[in-house]
Design a binder for this molecule. Structure first.
Ligand SMILES: NC(=O)c1ccc[n+]([C@@H]2O[C@H](COP(=O)([O-])OP(=O)(O)OC[C@H]3O[C@@H](n4cnc5c(N)ncnc54)[C@H](OP(=O)(O)O)[C@@H]3O)[C@@H](O)[C@H]2O)c1
Length: 224
């Protein structure tokens, strides 16, 4: 069975995720995010690498066990990383936000990287040949780990792949009252241009809330 997949992003009024969304109070963002009480948070490798600064420190060779504090109430962290780029597992494991880390790899993921995950006791799923087959990986997250709901905390690329594959059940935005503009693809939905209306994804508004003075929280169900 496929888990429920929810996209949630802080965006400017023109849907961009750079500059404007950076001004959103992260305390408010994560308080709203916690209301889904999702079983897992899913991020792309670029999101994880961006969060750790331009040059994340590589792990020491030593294997650090997961932190002691892993209550079942906190979600799994699921990371898409078919190219084996994330190496700062000790830093991620030391954070109290995750119950466990699960890495999504593909047949193309370097074998030494997969072996290193196993050595460190980090769970991983191999799905797909080149990129990760996200449908198959989501199904395995459900069957193997009992994950029924996934909140995606990622940029437009991973959102775009999930949306175009028809895997998203809910789209939610926290609107920051600003306009950013620009021609680079920094919206919350980055994907090849459509050639017909057929690919437009219809949404149904299910929640609308003013947050504080200036923010608006919108939740939409994918209507197909
Ligand atoms: N404002 C917000 O709410 C918010 C939230 C999160 C992140 N962000 C920002 O978003 C930026 C990162 O976004 P991004 O769009 O560059 O990257 P991203 O959303 O992290 O997406 C990159 C991921 O997509 C995967 N991918 C690409 N094509 C795929 C395919 N065909 N099939 C399966 N997986 C595929 C890549 O997999 P591989 O690794 O396997 O290649 C990679 O893991 C950062 O600057 C971050 O700060 C903003």
């Amino acid at each position: 069975m496929l888990p429920q997949v929810i996209l949630f992003n802080g965006v400017s009024v023109d849907g961009r995720m750079d500059f404007g969304s950076g001004k959103i109070d992260m305390g408010i963002y994560y308080e709203l995010a916690s209301r889904w009480n999702a079983d897992a948070m899913l991020s792309g490798s670029d999101t994880i690498l961006a969060a750790d600064g331009p040059a994340p420190a590589p792990d020491a060779e030593t294997v650090t066990p997961p932190a002691e504090y892993h209550p079942l109430a906190v979600p799994h962290l699921v990371v898409v990383d078919s190219r084996g780029r994330i190496r700062n597992w000790n830093s991620l494991r030391s954070q109290p936000f995750w119950r466990n880390i699960i890495v999504l790899c593909s047949q193309a993921t370097p074998a030494d990287y997969v072996a290193d995950l196993a050595r460190r006791g980090i769970d991983h799923i191999i799905a797909g040949e080149d990129h990760v087959d996200l449908r198959a990986a989501l199904e395995e997250l459900n069957s193997r780990f009992g994950i029924n709901s996934v909140r995606v905390d990622s940029g437009g690329t991973l959102n775009g792949v999930l949306l175009r594959a028809g895997l998203v059940s809910e789209v939610s935005v926290l609107l920051d009252p600003c306009m950013v503009g620009g021609s680079s693809p920094r919206s919350m939905f980055t994907a090849p241009d459509l050639t017909s209306e057929e690919g437009v994804i219809p949404l149904k508004l299910i929640h609308l809330e003013r947050i504080g003075e200036n923010l608006v929280w919108l939740r939409y169900e994918v209507a197909r």
